[in-house]
Ligand binder design. Structure first.
Ligand SMILES: Cc1cc2nc3c(=O)[nH]c(=O)nc-3n(C[C@H](O)[C@H](O)[C@H](O)COP(=O)(O)OP(=O)(O)OC[C@H]3O[C@@H](n4cnc5c(N)ncnc54)[C@H](O)[C@@H]3O)c2cc1C
Length: 449
């Protein structure tokens, strides 16, 4: 339909003035807000849902993998490791190899974690955890409260406020109506880079249909299953297990992959739905309706045929659509597949990403601070999967720990910029790196002296 309606202009209430305003409370945005506040910035965090955590909680993507590369030391620590340390104190809060086990190739340790997805790559234990999404929501709230961040849940950031070449605030919608919040640095942690179109900032929305990042998902969980029994069956009869997996896909109409949950009686079911866009409301609606239909058929099949699923039930479906890739900032540096594959290091590296593919790919990839900084617009940073990158690099470098690391860097840089009265793009890289390391992040292999 081509019909339009001219929205009348009106004054709206400015409800807060802050140093840093973060929109989106997922791994990237939450980490940005906490880092900014801990570095002394008066910080506002705006999140559209009633909880924090993004894909890691509301999306039911409860696997937080590859914080190490097979060696003994983590490549990603900082706020993501703090999540884990906090969850480890809560009975049942998370499950995964201990720090002592990381890097081990001891057969007894490997046997312990063999069914824990992503815990073993090339015969070595990686720092990989599976979390209880409800407890994750709770500890993320704790971190926000402790840092004295002004949190607005149920608040949907809709428009960047731009004046004289800089982003100066955000308009958001909530049950309280349409309001504005002003800030010195605005951080887009929406994952989909929702602020970039209205900020007039260049972005790339192209996705490659062959890559995982082009596929949406609606994750669901199955409860009261016996995952050990299921895994014993798969180990004993891998051919039959593979056949069943194919039959499940036929019955459901899509491929469903059950993955270990944070308890033996819970699995989360991953899926890959092609041809739909995360920024198109009709596509999002189609996804919610069609995957629930497929889930019912698939679940019926699993319950009837998968050993260990006899008494199971559908525990829940994700409140957040599974978006693996969306708009990406065109920033001061675009991280490319070549950067990633050649393990190119940068003077302004702020995150070190262990490579994932098994089979000796080895090494790490690196994200520079400039991938969070728009080319022209001042006062704006991105945090999370919308970092400036090409399709291939983004596909491998947007996992939850990566987004936490980018968020921590964005929030820290924003606070440094405000303290020094400079634009975020002018932040001194070495000062940023030293501050990150001082607060618990790690940048192995990077000379920060
Ligand atoms: C199905 C699936 C499986 C995956 N598997 C894994 C895995 O096993 N392990 C792993 O580490 N990664 C996995 N990923 C990738 C990972 O989950 C994401 O890349 C990561 O969570 C991105 O973090 P983020 O903070 O950038 O965005 P998100 O996690 O999407 O968080 C964005 C936050 O912003 C909020 N928001 C969005 N728009 C607005 C707005 N306009 N106003 C206010 N708030 C807003 C959202 O509600 C959300 O809280 C998977 C992704 C999917 C979809």
């Amino acid at each position: 339909m081509n019909k339009t309606f001219k929205e009348p202009s009106r004054d709206i209430k400015v409800c807060h003035e802050a140093d840093v305003v973060v929109v989106g409370g997922g791994p990237g945005g939450h980490s940005a807000a906490v880092a900014a506040a801990r570095n002394g910035a008066r910080t506002v965090l705006i999140e559209r849902y009633g909880h924090l955590g993004g894909m890691a909680s509301g999306g039911l993507v409860i696997l937080i993998p590859h914080m190490s590369d097979g060696g003994k030391e983590p490549q990603i620590a900082g706020l993501c490791l703090e999540w884990m340390n906090r969850l480890a104190k809560i009975p049942g809060g998370m499950v995964g190899p201990t720090l002592d086990e990381v890097g081990s190739s001891d057969p007894r340790v490997l046997a312990r974690w063999k069914n824990h997805f992503s815990a073993i790559v090339d015969g070595k234990i990686r720092l990989t955890w599976t979390v209880d999404p409800e407890m994750l929501k709770c500890i993320l709230n704790d971190m926000v409260e402790e840092a004295e961040i002004k949190l607005s849940l149920h608040s949907w950031g809709t428009q960047a406020i731009v004046e004289k070449g800089a982003v100066k605030g955000v308009i958001f919608e909530s049950k309280s109506g349409r309001q504005a919040v002003l800030g010195k640095v605005i951080i887009d942690g929406t994952g989909d880079a929702d602020l970039l179109p209205t900020a007039g900032v260049e972005f790339d929305g192209a996705l490659d249909a062959k890559l995982r990042s082009s596929m949406l998902a609606l994750v669901f969980r199955v409860g009261n299953c016996d995952f050990k029994k299921y895994n014993d069956f798969r180990e004993k009869d891998p051919k039959k297990a593979q056949e069943l997996s194919g039959e499940l896909a036929k019955a459901a109409g899509t491929f469903f992959l059950p993955i270990a949950g944070h308890r033996d009686d819970v699995v989360w079911v991953n899926n890959w739905i092609p041809g739909l866009k995360s920024t198109d409301v009709d596509d999002l609606t189609k996804l919610e309706v069609s995957v629930r239909r497929m889930m019912r058929k698939g679940f019926e099949f699993m319950k009837k045929n998968f050993p260990g699923f006899e008494n199971s039930f559908i525990l829940d479906t994700a409140s957040q659509t599974g978006t693996r890739g969306s708009r990406r900032l065109v920033g001061e540096h675009i991280v490319t597949a070549e950067d990633m594959n050649s393990s190119r290091k940068f003077d302004d590296t702020i995150a070190v990403i262990p490579k994932i593919a098994p089979g000796g790919s080895g090494g790490c990839a690196y994200i520079p601070y400039r991938a969070l900084v728009p080319v022209k617009m001042d006062g704006l940073l991105v945090a999370g999967r919308s970092f400036s990158s090409d399709k291939i690099a983004n596909d491998s470098m947007n996992l939850i720990p990566h987004c936490c690391a980018m968020g921590e860097a964005a929030g820290t840089a924003a606070a440094l910029a405000i303290k020094q009265g400079i634009s975020p793009r002018k932040v001194d890289y070495k000062t940023l790196q030293k501050t990150l390391v001082k607060q618990g992040a790690v940048l192995p292999g990077i000379n920060i002296a």
